[in-house]
Write a protein that binds this ligand. Structure first.
Ligand SMILES: [Fe+2]
Ligand SMILES: [Fe+2]
Length: 362
């Protein structure tokens, strides 16, 4: 029987090496920006289709859907965790008065550029940034843009609304080291807000302000996490502490008790934004599942726009810490009257978003 021992040893070594190689590959794929991982792929057939959809992306892994859902919704969060998050959002800086006034103005049925200009002129820092942006985005114009109203007309409401939230979120910086890279996070949020506006226009939606706002604040929960627990965010982003095959949302749940979507929704409520916006933030990772079917049509539509805008931002590899691309549920893009793939949608909306994003302050 002694002759069996070397064979068993070799077999054990081969199994271990196979496991180790796969482990290393998955660890590498967990590094932000290193790869694109598709999540929530239910079948092998769909996985093959997924590979075709994202051929241009650096696809390395198509993960099968797991049955246990993370605590993405507030109803699934324990009372203690909920209390902890309430304290975090109360500690986070309030929404700026200018952002609140602009939000009210763009939602008014009688809104006009003159009134928006008046609001802006009470905030000299914002006005200066707006003029700089207009001159940067429209550098080809023969004359310099010096009047706020002209900047408003050139940049459009979506861009101004995005800038207003950008200013509030940009001010939420803590002296403590660690946490997310604020610049990267802000640019990701701005791009998602601008994509949300561009998608609304493609869908023929008359008012894009709600979608733009939901887009620009969709990952605000990450900022709250970063603000309150920068050391935990460092652990979240450290791929050495990621379990084998663990998606970022699940790791958030393990470390924080719930996802950034839940915390973001709580902050939206703290800021007294409409309930539809808070819900869209809470659901922005949900449209891949059937959970969304239980919600009213307006919330569903808003959550879907933010979901697609977020995936487009990641697809073009504009900054972000989460580079996992979620595929749309079957029929989702068609129901939104959008082309069938992210690539085709990008051909329509990316140019306008690219111009505006390049003009945003960093
Ligand atoms: Fe997110
Ligand atoms: Fe995002």
């Amino acid at each position: 029987m002694a002759w069996l021992l070397p064979i068993a040893g070799v077999l054990a070594l081969l199994v271990f090496m196979g496991w180790f190689i796969r482990y290393r590959r998955l660890k590498r794929s967990a590094q932000p920006g290193a790869t694109v991982v598709l999540r929530d792929v239910a079948s092998t057939k769909r996985a093959a289709a997924a590979k075709a959809v994202v051929e241009s992306a650096k696809l390395v892994e198509v993960k099968k859907r797991t049955n246990s859902a993370p605590a993405l919704l507030r109803g699934q969060v324990s009372a203690d965790t909920s209390k902890k998050f309430e304290a975090w959002v109360a500690d986070f800086p309030p929404l700026s008065p200018t952002a609140r006034l602009i939000w009210g103005e763009v939602h008014s049925p009688n809104t006009n550029p003159k009134r928006l200009t008046e609001i802006l002129s009470r905030d000299p820092i914002m006005t200066a940034k707006l003029l700089r942006m207009a001159n940067s985005a429209f550098a080809a114009q023969q004359t310099e843009v010096t009047a706020t109203e002209r900047a408003v007309l050139l940049l459009g409401y979506d861009c101004i609304l995005t800038l207003a939230y950008h200013e509030t979120m940009g001010g939420a910086k803590r002296a403590q080291p660690g946490g997310y890279n604020e610049t990267v996070l802000l640019r990701h949020n701005v791009a998602t807000g601008l994509f949300a506006g561009a998608l609304c226009r493609r869908m023929g939606r008359p008012n894009s302000a709600e979608a733009v706002t939901a887009g620009v604040i969709h990952d605000i929960g990450k900022q709250v996490m970063s603000y309150s627990k920068p050391e935990l965010v460092c652990e979240l982003l450290d791929y050495h502490t990621t379990k084998l095959g663990e998606p970022l949302l699940r790791k958030e749940e393990r470390l924080f008790g719930a996802s950034h979507a839940v915390i973001g929704a709580m902050l939206a409520e703290e800021w007294k934004l409409p309930a539809t916006l808070a819900k869209a933030v809470e659901l922005h990772h949900q449209p891949v599942s059937s959970t969304l079917a239980d919600y009213p049509a307006n919330i569903r539509e808003l959550a879907c726009i933010v979901f697609v805008a977020n995936q487009l931002t990641k697809f073009v590899k504009w900054p972000g810490h989460d580079m996992e691309i979620d595929l749309p549920a079957p029929g989702l893009l068609a129901s939104m009257k959008l082309p069938e793939t992210y690539e085709e949608i990008l051909k329509l909306v990316e140019p306008e978003v690219r111009i505006l994003l390049s003009a945003f302050p960093t």
